[in-house]
Design a protein around this ligand. Structure first.
Ligand code: DGJ
Length: 694
């Protein structure tokens, strides 16, 4: 990891072990993109030609590619920085001030040539991931500056014959569906306007030239660390340049920088690899573990969650019974979901009244927490701190605390409204009850949910109401950070009606994510596949639930459900009282089996594998230990138990199956594959533990 500077060419080079990134200062003091890809030297970077448009004319700029495209001059693509000055003028013209580099962090400071606005472009290498962000400072003592757009970074890939984008789409119950499609000659917008990261798009994308596969090919990939609304605009121009710019906020939102005020954007991280989509994912996983998660070395416990078992029908006796059964199966963390507080016996009421329901918990939560702890488990609680039901004491007392606008109706979704956490008083109140809840009841774990998008996002009386879009998310971050600092043992799961808030920003202060409310194992294979493009198994909550599945009505064997859920942080989410003796025995064995493989799944590297037909698998590797989880939802007549070719084995090494005892030369595991003894019929699965023995 190094940063070097060539003063003659006004050129910077940032290097990781397998990648290099170069940028330079142009004659007009604009910072231009030079290189992002394989390692090169500073001398070589100086020889790279400026990437001007080959189609320059009086209708087209011939300048190079900007590191952060500011509105102004002959620029006609999507702008990453758009400014409106107090005198009504627009556009920016840069003047270079200085640069500084320390601890792998490069800061390039620019100012507008006329207006007192300062911009700092930040670059920080974290292994092979380049973190970038922007800060803007209004130095004017009298006038505000309106930021119509302030992105974290712009990215560019070198010229290739073609471009393809990989991205994630979805909806509630169908998050993280991976799509790979040719980049159109157009501006393609990936965005959330929902105030949350969203189920519908995730702020991650990967670009390749259309030929990359799982194990080889060049891939350029970026991910935004932000949990509110966001926008990434990908632009392929007719002469083959492909660039993208992204940051927080969706189109139409503005931020008025008061005199003296500074705005810092979230991190937009970028990663280049020549090793295909698999290597890109492994590098992301490594980055998340080393530089994002607050407690990355921990091993996540096996969790039990009561939601699918009880819905809102929560009672102390019922929870105690579930806790006992969960402990018998080997659960290490018991989470009581929705329904424990206020008048919350359904979706209609109680949200916001965060005191234990007296009828359900006569002596409060302490006896249940004590029982869970006595059973040897940690105690977790579901909360939804950003929301309120209109039918609640909180809303009756503070109807002005929610996002709302004069003369507009307050749209309810799931019978709830959104609290305006950008208001310091509301944020303080929210922190207060969470802090007391955690402190008084010995809460070890919070499942932090958020079950609706923003609408009528107004803040009557505020000077700059749009800033609530960013302020709300920042308040969520601050509350989580404070809770963690004051309760060092507290762990948090990020949830927003399933996977509506999974991103690098929330993962900076949470320990795991609930990727989807869809717990059907067949659907979940696809969800986990998409999720794994960026996020490691270590953060992927996965429950084994009952059949027929509540979402899909599909019935699958218990073993298959377990094997799919073992590819993440295993959890149990069924009505354990209804499990047969046989299921309980098998369940306990499978939980024990998970605990054996857990270090490899949660701390190892993941290799996604494809087989014939519907067979897919993931191979996890930690030192000499290998775990293969393989799933085959259905097989056609004449197609026997398929072998699975492993990619993460050394051809000249020997591997022993720790359960069956067989040994396999690595070369054969690579070429003809690992024989899988899959049971006949649909929903077949296998768990294989291998150790490299020679
Ligand atoms: C949505 C979550 O995703 C579910 O797991 C559950 O916690 C419900 N909310 C509770 O209301």
């Amino acid at each position: 990891m190094s940063i070097s500077f060539d003063p003659d060419n006004r050129l910077w080079l940032l290097c990781g072990a397998t990648t290099a990134y170069a940028l330079r200062l142009d004659q007009d003091d604009t910072v231009r993109h030079v290189h992002w890809g394989a390692p090169i030297s500073l001398d070589q970077a100086a020889l790279l030609p400026t990437r001007v448009s080959p189609a320059a004319s009086s209708f087209e700029a011939d300048a190079g590619v900007d590191e952060l495209t500011a509105d102004g001059g002959a620029r006609f693509g999507p702008a990453g920085l758009q400014v409106r000055w107090a005198d009504g003028g627009r556009g920016v013209e840069w003047r270079y001030l200085r640069h500084e580099a320390d601890d792998g962090h490069l800061r390039i400071e620019l100012a507008d040539r006329y207006y007192p606005l300062r911009l700092t472009l930040h670059y920080r290498m974290r292994g092979d991931v380049l973190e970038r962000w922007t800060s803007v400072h209004n130095l004017d003592e009298r006038d505000p500056v309106t930021l119509l757009r302030c992105d974290s970074a712009g990215w560019a890939v070198p010229e290739r014959p073609d471009y393809r984008v990989s991205h994630l789409v979805g909806g509630w119950n169908s998050e993280f569906q991976l799509r790979r499609t040719a980049v159109p000659v157009a501006e393609t917008v990936f965005t959330s306007r929902r105030g949350l990261t969203s189920h519908h798009a995730n702020p991650w994308l990967a670009i390749d030239d259309g030929t990359a596969v799982e194990e080889h090919g060049e891939v350029w990939s970026t991910a935004l660390a932000w949990s509110g609304s966001w926008r990434v605009t990908l632009h392929r121009d007719p002469v083959g340049r492909t660039t993208w710019t992204g940051g927080f906020g969706h189109e139409g939102l503005v931020w008025t920088l008061a005199p003296g005020e500074r705005l810092e954007t979230p991190i937009f991280a970028g990663l280049y690899t020549a090793g295909g989509f698999g290597a890109a994912s492994r590098a992301w996983h490594d980055y998340v573990r080393r530089h994002v998660l607050p407690d990355p070395d921990e091993t996540r416990p096996v969790l039990y969650n009561s939601w699918e078992a009880t819905g809102f029908d929560v009672t102390e006796e019922g929870q105690r019974d579930l806790a006992r059964r969960a402990a018998d199966l080997g659960a290490e963390l018991f989470v009581m979901d929705d329904g424990w507080f206020g008048a919350r016996s359904g979706e209609h009421a109680g949200l916001g009244d965060w005191t234990p329901n007296q009828d359900r918990f006569r002596y409060g939560l302490t006896p249940l927490a004590a029982e869970v702890h006595r059973l040897g488990m940690a105690f977790g609680l579901w909360v939804e701190p950003e929301m309120v039901n209109p039918d609640s004491d909180l809303y009756r007392a503070h109807p002005d605390w929610v996002l709302h606008m004069a003369h507009r109706r307050r749209t309810e979704m799931r019978h709830q409204l959104v609290l305006n956490l950008a208001r310091p008083d509301v944020a303080e109140w929210t922190h207060g009850w969470l802090d007391a809840l955690v402190g008084e009841h010995g809460v070890d774990f919070l499942k932090w949910d958020a079950n609706r998008a923003f609408t009528e996002a107004g803040w009557p009386g505020a000077d700059d109401p749009d800033r609530l879009w960013i302020g709300h998310t920042r308040a969520v971050y601050r509350i989580m950070d404070r809770l963690r600092a004051d309760h060092p043992g507290l762990r948090i799961e990020a949830c927003a009606g399933g996977g509506g808030r999974a991103d690098l920003g929330i993962l900076t202060r949470t320990d795991q994510v609930w990727p989807s409310d869809n717990t059907d194992p067949v659907d979940r294979i696809g969800i986990q596949h998409g999720f794994s493009q960026l996020y490691p198994a270590r953060v992927s909550g996965a429950w084994v639930t009952d059949c027929p599945n509540v979402t899909t009505a599909r019935t699958t064997p218990l073993r298959f459900r377990f094997h799919v859920a073992m590819a993440g942080v295993l959890g149990l989410g069924g009505d354990l009282g209804a499990w047969s003796e046989r299921d309980r025995k098998e369940g306990a064995e499978l939980v024990a089996a998970y605990k054996l493989i857990r270090p490899v799944v949660q701390h190892g590297q993941a290799y996604r594998l494809g087989g014939s037909g519907t067979l897919t698998a993931v191979q996890y590797v930690l030192d000499d230990e290998h775990v293969v989880l393989a799933w085959c939802p259905t097989r056609r007549f004449g197609h026997g138990s398929p072998a699975l070719r492993l990619t993460a084995v050394q051809p000249d090494a020997v591997y022993r199956d720790l359960d069956g005892g067989a040994t396999y030369p690595g070369a054969l595991l690579r070429e003809s594959g690992l024989p899988l003894d899959l049971p006949a019929g649909d929903y077949a699965s296998a768990l294989v533990r291998l150790r490299r023995v020679a």
